[in-house]
Design a protein around this ligand. Structure first.
Ligand SMILES: [Zn+2]
Length: 81
């Protein structure tokens, strides 16, 4: 019998959306809706989709760099925002 894991707020969701200036990682919010991680991204990198062998340029916060390559940190020298 398969056991289903019930997601909790803050857990990563399986969705993936590459959006400029937003962390690529989707997480569950308080209502268990998938939403963008709301940390401010300070890295860009590339994420490769397994089936299509396509590369996506993504933005990521420091917590969500797993699985990305070509990482480049940005925003450090531009002063506080
Ligand atoms: Zn993040």
């Amino acid at each position: 019998m398969p056991t289903e894991t019930i997601p909790r707020p803050g857990d990563p969701s399986p969705g993936f959306i590459a959006e400029a200036g937003r962390c690529w990682q989707m997480v569950y919010d308080r209502n268990l809706q998938a939403t963008h991680c709301d940390e401010r991204p300070t890295w860009t990198g590339r994420w490769r989709s397994p089936p299509g062998d396509r590369w996506f340029i993504v933005w990521a916060c420091p917590c969500h760099l797993d699985g990305l390559t070509g990482l480049r940190e940005f925003g450090r020298m531009t002063g506080p925002q």
